[in-house]
Design a protein around this ligand. Structure first.
Ligand SMILES: Cc1ncc(C[n+]2csc(CCOP(=O)(O)OP(=O)(O)O)c2C)c(N)n1
Length: 189
């Protein structure tokens, strides 16, 4: 099993100024712990929206890799973002899903991946051709590094343990948005 914080630390160590959109669960907490940087977008409350936001960003900024750090519960709430991403197929998109088979943040209720659903198969069925499913840190590092240096779109499922993150990123949506936009060279309105 992969430890989400350790894997997130690897992601942050590999990038320079690439934007990372982290979904509302523990993904954003661990991203904050790994490194708080202006290019991090911490999604609060909007369940499932990290995948759509990351897709839009990747399409708008094709010159740079865009990384989504998602949770299985959040992604299951917005599966149509996968069919759209596979159809639009931005080569610079890397969609990582931390699959802990539960809605950890709200009390550990099992998600469908605890039963019969397989996110890698769903991504393939949606039209992604570059899909990897990993269970060890070593395999994650290899897969992520490959995705970072080769054209995508990539869909990476990391099977993780179910630890709650103690990270507490900033909560102000305005602060997060403005800092993020400025990091992309866009003046917030
Ligand atoms: C539409 C909607 N329903 C429910 C919630 C409450 N909620 C916040 S985080 C979360 C669990 C997210 O699960 P997952 O993406 O798997 O991340 P994890 O908590 O396991 O890290 C839920 C249900 C919400 N924010 N929005």
């Amino acid at each position: 099993m992969i430890n989400r914080l350790e894997a997130t630390r690897y992601v942050v160590a590999q990038v320079t100024d690439e934007p990372i959109v982290a979904s509302l669960g523990n993904a954003k907490f661990d991203l904050f712990l790994a490194q708080d940087r202006p290019q991090n977008f911490y999604m609060w409350n909007s369940m499932g929206m990290a995948s759509s936001m990351g897709l839009g960003l990747a399409m708008a900024r094709p010159q740079q890799k865009v990384i989504i750090l998602d949770g299985d519960g959040a992604l299951l709430m917005n599966l149509n973002s996968l069919t759209t991403a596979a159809y639009r197929a931005p080569e610079n998109l890397i969609h990582v899903v931390w699959d802990n088979r539960q809605f950890e943040l709200t009390g550990g209720q099992p998600t469908h991946t605890a039963y019969r659903a397989d996110l890698a198969l769903i991504a393939r069925g949606s039209g992604f051709t570059q899909v990897t499913s990993v269970e060890t840190q070593e395999a994650f590092e290899e897969a992520f590094s490959h995705a970072l240096h080769t054209p995508g779109p990539w869909f990476l499922v990391a099977h993780i343990d179910a630890q709650r993150s103690p990270g507490r990123p900033p909560k102000s949506a305005t602060y997060i948005k403005h800092r993020f936009m400025q990091s992309l060279g866009i003046e917030p309105v």
